[in-house]
Each structure stands twice: as C-alpha cells, then as structure tokens.
Design a protein around this ligand. Structure first.
Ligand SMILES: [Cu+2]
Length: 151
C-alpha cells in the first residue's frame, strides 16, 4: 500500500465515522421520568383507590403509554370528566406524551385507578410497584409510596 492509498482509506474511515455519529446524534429518543408519585391509602371497606403524580417526557421524541400493571391489583389510566354536573370516569386505553410534556395525575383529572386491591400491600407506609409500559421506552418500573390522603 502506498502512502496515498493509506491517506485515502483513513479519510474514508473518518467520513464513515462522522456519518455514523451524526446519525446517532440526530436519532430522537423519548425519555420518561416520574415525579411525586403516590397512591391513596384506601379505607378498609374500599374496593378501589387512586394514584397521583407526574409522568413526564424529557426526551426529544414522543412516546405512548400503552399499559399499566402493578403488583397490588388491577390498574388503569382514568380521566374524570364533568358532564351535566356529574363526575364521570373515562378509561384511557393509551396516552401519547410529547417531548417536553407531562401527564399530570391529580384529583378530578387524569389518575391511576386501582381495583381488585391486594390487602397485604395496601397498608400505611407500604409501597406499590408500578410497571408503565411505553411503546418506545419499554417497561418502566416505579416504586410508589402509599399515603393517607389526610397526611
Ligand atoms: Cu377512576
């Protein structure tokens, strides 16, 4: 190999590297983070309870929340809607979170609805493990404290 051919092949490798790295840089990704998540400690007679907090996307691409599971019973994403003076809860089968946006879970709005409660887990000071399944980010596991609504 003469020196000109060596220089040429080095230049080709460099060009290829910069192409690859610019591709990685341009590849947009979602980044899901949770904040202040908590579950309401239900009264002994209750069959359901709610969970609140913030699920945000700090990445550069949208992601869709497809499913939520927990170790403490069935959990669904609900939205409370006021219709002719009455509060109704709507099951949201999925939810798109765009970059820089957050799904805010709070009373009278979006919330996690737990049913078929596992009584061993729903104790004061207990924790619920949530599995948030996203289209691109995959399954995100979050440990969520159980608190009394009056604390
Ligand atoms: Cu609900």
């Amino acid at each position: 190999m003469n020196s000109r051919r060596i220089v040429k092949s080095i230049l080709m490798v460099l060009a290829l590297c910069s192409l690859l790295s610019s591709h990685v840089y341009a590849d947009k990704q979602p980044n899901i983070e949770t904040e202040d998540m908590w579950v309401v400690l239900p009264p002994d007679v209750a069959r359901s309870t709610a969970g609140y907090g913030v699920i945000k996307n700090t990445g550069t691409a949208s992601d869709t929340l497809l499913k939520i599971r927990s170790n403490a019973g069935t959990v669904m994403l609900h939205k409370t809607k006021i219709e002719s003076g009455r509060a109704q809860m709507i099951h949201m089968s999925n939810m798109i979170i765009t970059p820089g946006e957050a799904l805010v879970l709070e009373p009278m709005s979006f919330h996690l609805m737990f049913s078929d409660l596992c009584p061993i887990i729903f104790t004061k000071g207990g924790r619920v493990t949530l599995f948030l399944e996203f289209e691109k980010s995959g399954v995100i596991e979050v440990e969520v404290p159980i608190r009394s609504a009056w604390d």
